[in-house]
Design a protein. Structure first.
Lengths: 245, 227
């Protein structure tokens, strides 16, 4: 095999001359992080609400929440992304659709990607929140009600604080997933890490270096997130429960 | 103004879409078979007392689980075929890309299957292995005749759920230009200027299939749950 390895390629200015190839990679990394983190915040909030609704006694509310979860869980992420990006702007009221289409292309891609990842992940978070609430002994809810709490108060002061501590490990894996899933957004042209990797292959003609660098970046994100979440998990772990102290 | 739907390009495109669905199902089936066979081997390696084997399996599984599927597909679509062609001095027009993408997909899903199977093997009480050895069985016999049959029975719901996820994942072969169901729907929509209808149709088809399958899994789970 006569491949010429050339790792210094990353230090060379790009053909466009805006920065170095390493600069492109960091721009991609930044986009991946921004996209994943903003989508995660929305997913966590929305997932908590939907997860709670799935456990409430009101049949209508829990039915709607179930429908929400099933809808987002049974359509592939890529299809959802294309629907957000290509279909939604046509179906919303025209003034909104036009405003969207006239905005900056990168903003369009980012918004579609963020909403898509956020809703997709929120359905998964909701399932974890629901299983966390259901895993609590029924006596906790009844004790809360017996003490004169209203149902929303029981959720806020009794059930949710416990449930969130119990579901930290599965939430960590959903958090890791959102970074990996964000790579799907390269398909609508958003220049995140995976897309920059492809671009590096095209421009540098050093395919191995480009892909190794991008792959290492993903592994690094994974390791960093896992390490931080492990610290958090240790901190909030409930003594006496599975994996507790 | 409300968007005016025009579904007329779908009936004529059904043969193309059906061919695409056949490709999706084919990839799903291959990946499930490879995933379960290779995943079982990986799980056994990971649990083995031979250090190099368990290290290799742990490295393999953790690496594939840390990388997005899109990246794995791009590796196997863009980089690996070039590497193989260079290595064996194949003529440059040999097109390995599709086969390569398919192998990449199966290798990726194996990592997820192996974790399910490992948990399944570990769910069988340790005493069973000890009993097998006391009866004079070899390790291979014990695994094949006693441990794995029980492990797989415990794992059936998880394996099926993973199969549904895998089927959804096949849509990502879009990045490797394999014409699966989603790729076909996109192509038709793009050709006829009816992307809105075709994408919604694709979403509906995936939803109906995956929802029905997940209901079936739930039903089976209830039926066969140990009392």
């Amino acid at each position: 095999m006569n491949y010429q390895w050339n790792w210094s390629i990353f230090m060379q200015p790009t053909v466009v001359g805006d920065t170095t190839y390493l600069g492109w990679m960091f721009a991609g990394l930044q986009m991946t992080l921004m996209l994943s983190l903003s989508a995660w915040v929305i997913a966590l909030l929305l997932g908590a609400v939907v997860g709670v609704l799935r456990t409430v006694p009101n049949k209508l509310l829990s039915g709607l929440a179930t429908a929400y979860v099933e809808l987002f869980r049974n359509i592939p992420l890529l299809v959802q992304l294309f629907i957000w990006y290509f279909v939604m702007p046509e179906l919303v009221p025209q003034s909104l659709g036009d405003a969207y289409k006239q905005s900056h292309p990168v903003l369009q891609q980012f918004l579609a990607a963020m909403v898509c990842l956020a809703l997709f992940t929120s359905a998964r978070v909701a399932e974890q929140v629901r299983s966390g609430i259901n895993s609590l002994p029924r006596g906790q809810k009844n004790a809360g009600l017996a003490l004169g709490f209203t149902l929303p108060q029981v959720y806020r002061h009794v059930l949710l604080p416990m449930a969130f501590r119990l579901i930290m490990p599965p939430l960590t894996s959903e958090f890791l997933n959102i970074f990996k899933n964000s790579a799907v957004c390269s398909t609508i042209g958003l220049l995140e890490l995976a897309a920059q990797g492809r671009q590096l292959v095209d421009y540098t003609a050093q395919p191995y270096e480009s892909f190794i660098a991008v792959t290492v970046a993903y592994v690094a994100i994974n390791v960093v997130v896992m390490t931080l979440m492990k610290k958090l998990e240790d901190k909030v772990r409930v003594p006496g429960y599975m994996g507790g102290k | 103004m409300v968007y005016e739907f025009d579904w007329s390009s779908i009936p004529g495109a059904l043969p193309i879409l059906w061919d695409g669905m056949a490709v999706s199902l084919e990839i799903t089936l291959i990946a499930i078979v490879v995933g379960i066979v290779w995943g079982t081997l990986l799980a056994m390696m990971r649990l083995s007392s031979i250090k190099p084997l368990s290290l290799f399996a742990a490295g393999y599984v953790n690496l594939f689980r840390a990388i997005p599927l899109v990246m794995v597909l791009l590796w196997f679509f863009l980089i690996v075929p070039r590497f193989i062609a260079d290595l064996f001095g194949l003529p440059p027009n040999t097109d390995l890309r599709l086969a390569s993408a398919m192998i990449g997909f199966a290798l990726f899903e194996s990592a997820y299957y192996s974790e399910i199977i490992r948990a399944g093997i570990q769910s069988v009480p340790k005493g069973q292995m000890a009993a097998c050895q006391a009866l004079g069985m070899t390790y291979g016999q014990a695994m094949r005749l006693v441990i794995l049959p029980q492990a797989f029975r415990n794992m059936v719901p998880l394996l099926l759920t993973q199969a549904i996820i895998l089927f959804q994942d096949t849509s990502l072969v879009y990045v490797s230009a394999l014409a699966d169901f989603f790729g076909a729907a996109y192509k038709v929509g793009d050709r006829d200027g009816r992307l809105v209808e075709l994408l919604l149709f694709a979403g509906l088809v995936y939803f109906v299939l995956c929802f029905a399958a997940s209901m079936l899994v739930k039903h089976l789970q209830k039926k066969y749950q140990p009392a």
